[in-house]
Design a protein around this ligand. Sequence first.
Ligand code: ZN
Length: 516
Amino acid sequence: MTHAEILSRLHALRDQIRHHDYLYYVKDRPDISDSQYDRLFRELIELEQAHPELVTPDSPSQRVGAPPLHELAKVPHEQPMLSLDSIVEQSEVLAFDQRMKRELETMSVEYSIEPKFDGLSIELVYDHGIFTRGATRGDGTTGEDVTVNLRTIRSLPLQLQVDSGIPDHLVVRGEVYMRLDDFQAFNRRLIERGDEAFANPRNAASGSLRQLDSTITATRPLVVTCYEIMGMSGSMPPTHWDELETLAQWGLPVPMHRRLCASIDDVIPFHHETESMRDQLPYEIDGVVVKVNRRDWQNRLGMKSRSPRWAIAYKFTPRKEITVVHDIVISVGRTGTLTPVALLKPVEVGGVTISRATLHNADEVARKDIRIGDTVKVERAGDVIPAITERVPISGEQRTSPFRMPDHCPVCGSTVGREGAYFYCTGQLICGAQLKGAIEHFASKHALNIDGLGKKTVAQLVDQELVRSVGDLYRLTKDDLVTLDGFADRFFIIGHGEINRGRVLRINTGHGLQHD
Ligand SMILES: [Zn+2]
């Protein structure tokens, strides 16, 4: 191929991949098979590897691969990212409408309504249609730069659809979240690995987006949706509804479930309708956002110190403490004990969203007769781990078969032994979960008191197979340690056979080796 042919092939491949990404991740309507897509992607990668000078930052190949950061840089927002006042009662939304009509001196106000996503708010900047920066909301004026992490989210276009009259400069507000089914599967993997699960999809999304290493973010099933133009060169669309339509034309994902309401009389039924379909939606929402549709009216209404006067979050009434068991997974403890854990459809109990509950042991599961798919009552008292108190029989329900403990450890595959109600992994230190327990004990105050070797670090050492036995701790090098997530932030002390004599080495990425 000539240089010109290579350039044009690269261009064509990138366009095709972008188009298929858009159909798949934004429209949810792919029109080629996964293997056809993979072929296109592989051709792009091979061509770019042969001609690295032709790689562009907006190439679909550039979503992953940025080097890990030491910290997330602080960035000021171009426009303050306001929060919304929220209400729950119907009387309050009627009062809101009265206030709008009074201030606008009109008989009726048109509203644009969309779901209120329970995720992490973000600012996205596009220059000449290319995604150049993304930040978390932070305190509203300053956020954290998460550009490289956002690039890994496939529903976020790195390049806007150019044939649609895009502005030179564009700042969009959106939300990053995790779909419920993805969240359950993700938590399942964490629990089976013996790691801490996330309490709810929002925490999981936030933790995933705020990683220092974007390759970790890339493995997390994050989704983005956009709902506001915070600023742009040229004139803004005349209404909020047009704003959403415009964002969609540019190829950005926008809320599909939304409605233009001629008056407040249409807002209330939409709220009820959305609340009743809440459990069928594939993502968590906690209400709807009611916005005055006309931009000139929005400007006239202006804002309070931290929130706009022209919009309000109309929340749903808190859920009852009844939910559904999505799955029952096995958590392997630090001592090898197998504990059944129920993964639940997230439910708010006492202001905290609960998405998992311990089932304690096999006898307990049998006694309460809890099975996958069952409707159950969840309780959480004080700081106690949430527990399922009882099953709620539903008339006519088709139940799955009774739960039984596995024969093999989900972490290491060793045979499972039994003592009374308790099941345990017989793998001992070949079992990653038990190895973590042994190292944690070794590092603890009761034993060698190794500063900085906490649960998270131990989990990483074992998961990345840097340590396969307690003895491996002595063989760790600084190069091993700097690969650890968040390591730059803290000290970590290890000994090279010198621990016994009370002499330890302190390693810090900033200061190199120091004798303590
Ligand atoms: Zn095991």
